[in-house]
Design a protein around this ligand. Sequence first.
Ligand code: SF4
Ligand SMILES: [Zn+2]
Ligand SMILES: [Zn+2]
Length: 321
Amino acid sequence: MECTQKGCGGRALIDQPYAGAHLCAAHFRASVVERARRELHHQAPRLKGGTLALALSGGKDSAVMTTLVHRILGGRQGLQLVALTVDEGIEGYRAETIAPARKLCRTLGIEHVVRSFEQVVGTTTDATSAALPEEIPCSFCGVWRRRALNQMAREVGAVRLSMGFNLDDLAQTVLMNLARGEPHRLRQMAPHVEPQAGLVPRIAPLAMVPEREVYLYARLEGLPFDHAVCPHASRAGRNVFREVLWRLEEAVPGTRHALLRTREKLLPLLLSDEGGAGSPHRCRTCGEPSSGEVCRPCAYREALSGLTASDFISAPGSGRT
Ligand code: SF4
Ligand SMILES: [Zn+2]
Ligand SMILES: [Zn+2]
């Protein structure tokens, strides 16, 4: 199969059914850089200076995001990049991904801050999973990580927090929110389209790059990243949406892009619905923004001190960050 880029004729390395294209290695790499560049300009058009925080886990997505942001914006005067890594305390997993994250930051000359759940929450994902076996670990792990990243980004004075979410991740999130009857969450998900109280605005430069292309790019560039899969991942509520979306994309190429367009089309409606997102209160425990009296990170922490998580988490009006 030949590269479909005009005038190339090189051997195609990857097909893009959603675009009706086949690309050789050189054109594929250039197209990934170009998509990230477009998204950065689209999502953070007025980013002139200050600190841009990069959420770097050490997996392929955040390694590619960090490399591309460094490549595209690294030379911009007055703009400083700081990578943030959260160690959730997951035996046999996170320590392995932190090593390549450190290596990447050293290679690129990016400051790297690592913080553990033990420092932020006072416990680990493994310990909480053992203490609350009926809870899906990703529930508390996800809310604590989001909270930790936000606090770390705020502490380094970041004007934006860049996430490694790829096209598959974001399309899954849209599908999940629609399937769960929670369209207002389309407003809160990254990339942020409006300021959200207490949150460093999140951007997602890989929003237009499918997961398998992120992987291929990471391999072609020889980036350091870890292949390890979290031992708790098989219990993630998102898994079923991932599978459904794979099947949909195979049957109807372009479904992932269409889901992101659906979000874009719904946003004006959601933004005009003042009550939709819920005006944030302040959590009575930590003072962070929350749509209920207690935010979800605190609810899980309180659950650990003897109460059942569902008392807080499923309660009407309970906090969602
Ligand atoms: S897969 Fe779930 S438990 Fe594992 S790191 Fe991710 S959110 Fe945490
Ligand atoms: Zn080519
Ligand atoms: Zn709280």
